[in-house]
Design a protein around this ligand. Structure first.
Ligand code: ARG
Ligand code: ZN
Ligand code: CA
Length: 326
């Protein structure tokens, strides 16, 4: 039964594809005017869809992860943690640059690691803005911590990259991940088509595993507003730890997390407090969740259910267990 349901959800993701947005965002406006592209934000989902088409074994692996996760959530199996109950993830930052601006500074990289640590520990200053209705389901500390392991700087002749993973291989003008089964690889580079970033979900090939972030959205930057507070990485690392978009990539879709409300679709900008979905029960939407599409300043929480789902990836038998060795 479970298996059938899970397979159905993988196919549902395939079938629905990206949510199109009528909002014409103005970052990288030359790209936006050049082509009627799907919304910038859809990249992780698009990449997943093309990987599912290219690799007939991927759906099965993801299906097994889904069953494993459901079992973990149901049985609350113990996650494999390092001392202090914390999972500490070494991070390799791959700076793939053509221009000086793309060769972001060590200081900017440090701000990104700091934002990830604050957001995943719920010590971000704006955690105080979580509305009363969601206080009961906030994640608190996910017990996931990030430590900069090394920064690699690679000059490229590529003016920009697409979501076909060129930045992840020398032949594509980039650099292969370093120790991708034990270190989280982040690539920062220029991305075309207004894409802010994309992640590979658990289950994908280790040769392309990790997260890609547009250089002007990496860390707390002076440029790139409203995506200049480091939340693109928070969102993408959420995907890397198996979180889906909060609207389930479909109208009133399922994000496989029990305590997040149904969302009509993606929310953008900085929505008014208390806006309701048009889904069954018209629940108030959790627009401040990192897995929505709101501006960096307007997303500031994971839910407890999302925390459990992320921690499931580190459990023995989980797809990210190799990152949580004692
Ligand atoms: N939409 C991108 C993705 O799904 C990232 C969205 C980031 N949003 C933000 N406010 N930084 O891959
Ligand atoms: Zn996303
Ligand atoms: Ca939900």
């Amino acid at each position: 039964m479970k298996k059938i349901f899970g397979l159905f959800s993988i196919f549902a993701i395939l079938a629905t594809g990206c949510t199109k947005s009528s909002i014409n965002e103005d970052v990288n406006s030359e790209d936006a005017s050049a082509s009627p592209v799907t919304h910038r934000g859809c990249a992780s989902q698009e990449v997943l869809e093309s990987q599912l088409k290219a690799d007939p074994t991927l759906a099965g692996r993801m299906e097994a992860i889904e069953s494993f996760t459901a079992n973990y959530v149901a049985n609350n199996a113990a996650a494999r943690l390092i001392a202090g109950g914390i999972i500490e993830i070494p991070v390799v930052v791959n700076v793939v640059y053509k221009t000086a601006a793309q060769n972001i500074s060590d200081a900017q990289i440090a701000t990104q690691i700091a934002v990830l640590n604050a957001d995943f520990a719920a010590t971000n200053a704006d955690v105080a803005s979580i509305p009363t209705i969601f206080q009961g389901v906030k994640a608190g500390n996910t017990n996931i911590r990030f430590v900069l392991n090394q920064t690699r700087r690679v000059a490229t002749t590529k003016t920009s990259f697409t979501t076909n993973d060129g930045m992840k291989k020398a032949s594509g003008g980039g650099v292969a991940p370093l120790s991708p089964t034990t270190k989280l690889n982040l690539w920062t580079c220029n991305l075309s088509n207004g894409i802010l970033g994309y992640a590979q979900f658990p289950g994908g090939a280790s040769t392309t595993d990790g997260v890609v972030i547009l250089f002007s959205a990496f860390g707390v930057t002076t440029a790139g507003a409203p995506y200049n507070k480091g939340r693109t990485a928070t969102h993408e690392v959420g995907h890397w730890l198996n979180l889906r978009h909060i609207w389930g990539d479909a109208t009133c879709g399922n994000d496989q997390v029990g305590d997040t409300p149904l969302h009509t679709g993606a929310n953008y900008g900085c929505p008014a407090a208390g806006i309701k979905s048009s889904c069954t029960g018209t629940p108030v939407m959790m627009t401040m969740n990192y897995m929505d599409y709101t501006d960096d300043l307007c997303m500031y929480m994971f839910s407890a259910g999302q925390k459990t789902r992320m921690n499931a990836t580190f459990a023995i038998g989980g797809p990210r267990n190799s990152f949580a060795q004692p």
